[in-house]
Design a protein around this ligand. Structure first.
Ligand SMILES: NC(=O)c1ccc[n+]([C@@H]2O[C@H](COP(=O)([O-])OP(=O)(O)OC[C@H]3O[C@@H](n4cnc5c(N)ncnc54)[C@H](OP(=O)(O)O)[C@@H]3O)[C@@H](O)[C@H]2O)c1
Length: 347
């Protein structure tokens, strides 16, 4: 059994823990907490072993939280680490813990791929570069947006190839996640240099892709509008949708009025953490205009990357075929069943 430790217990770490703690193929070592807050109780109530920095053991014990050991001890007893640190924290963990102890690790999309604080030389997208990760020691799982963009672009590339001249994506990002305590600011803000464009080019190097990103006052998912320019006339709507009918983690829906409808439906249907774990193409606003296709799809920001991490783990550790890995991931996350439920609800 491969011992897996999740270093971090925020929005991503707690979702990873829910899934990996019931995966009978791995030995789940536990999670790391760095602040002695009420989330420790949640982790302990879920029967996870909680590891904390050595210097903080007494702070946790003083608050009545029973901790299993130090983060260092957890890394030592693990075969593999999934780093779920807040943005940028993965680099110090790699240098201070994983490299010295020769432990392979997955990092999340907020980490650097280039420059002084780069944590890995590859960004994974299960649709495009799954098998390239096999046997590597350090890989970044692309962020939710980057995962979503890859999932929509690759089937189009495979079907239409050089007929597509360029892709432009307008990305509307949520201000905060559902569980975040921070306030949602009443403002629309932009990013001067969004990282998504370069990140996608890590696994689709020739993509003629341009991304602009805006943060909007919402907690409910992201919405991308992708403009795809063809060298001749645009294909038909059916030809476009046909590309996605059997794609893993892509739902095609028509009657949602906004991202909040989908998130609320996911909660109502009892999906774990209110996650759909996928992107949802909004067929009702798919437009064909002259040489242009406009596809709008919402992207489950928190849930999207969790099955992606699970797939990446299978590539890096078990070197399994993608087909086999998708079966295992689907049995754990029920992505196909959830997709069918959402497509029925939003016909
Ligand atoms: N949220 C999303 O929708 C989303 C989607 C895709 C990718 N990501 C990426 O996933 C990563 C984590 O994001 P998040 O939303 O889960 O952040 P988050 O909710 O802010 O959680 C970050 C966690 O990091 C922990 N932490 C603090 N110092 C640490 C250290 N040295 N090592 C490991 N963990 C440490 C914190 O612990 P304490 O709480 O105990 O202080 C906290 O639990 C980021 O790279 C982000 O870009 C996020």
């Amino acid at each position: 059994m491969v011992g897996v430790f999740i270093n971090g217990y925020g929005n991503i770490g707690r979702r990873l823990a829910s899934a990996l703690s019931v995966d009978n193929e791995i030995q789940f070592i536990g999670v790391a907490k760095y602040t002695a807050d009420e989330k420790v109780k949640e982790a302990l109530d879920n029967h996870y072993n909680v590891f904390v920095p050595k210097a903080m053991i007494s702070a946790f014990k003083d608050r009545g939280y029973s901790v299993t050991g130090t983060v260092e001890e957890a890394v030592k007893q693990s075969d593999f680490v999934i780093d779920a640190a807040k943005e940028g924290g993965g680099y110090d963990n790699k240098k201070g813990l994983y490299e010295p102890m020769k432990k392979p690790a997955i990092f999340q999309g907020g980490e650097d791929r280039h420059g002084e604080r780069a944590v890995a030389d590859m960004i994974h997208n299960s649709r495009v570069s799954y098998s390239k990760a096999a046997g590597r020691s350090y890989v970044i799982q692309g962020s939710c947006n980057v995962s979503g963009i890859g999932r929509i672009m690759q089937p189009l590339i495979e079907k239409f190839g050089s007929r597509i001249k360029r892709y432009d994506v307008e990305l509307l990002r949520r201000w905060a996640d559902l569980e975040d305590t921070k306030a949602v600011k009443d403002s629309i803000e932009w990013e001067r240099n969004p990282h998504h464009q370069d990140d996608v080019k890590d696994f689709i190097p020739n993509a003629n892709l341009y991304v602009d990103a805006f943060k909007v006052p919402s907690r409910m998912m992201h919405l991308h509008q992708m403009f795809i320019r063809f060298s001749d006339h645009a294909p038909t709507k059916d030809e476009i949708l046909e590309c996605f009918r059997s794609e893993f983690g892509v739902a095609i829906i028509s009657s949602a009025k906004g991202t909040g409808d989908i998130r609320k439906k996911a909660l109502e249907l009892g999906f774990a953490h209110g996650d759909t774990n996928m992107v949802h193409i909004h067929e009702d606003i798919l437009k064909l205009q002259d040489d242009m296709v406009k596809i709008a799809y919402s992207d489950d920001q928190t849930g999207m990357v969790i099955p992606e991490n699970h797939l990446l783990l299978q590539s890096m550790v078990f070197k399994r075929s993608r087909e086999e890995a998708l079966k295992r991931t689907d049995s754990l996350f029920q992505v196909n069943r959830k997709r069918k439920m959402l497509e029925d609800e939003f016909k």
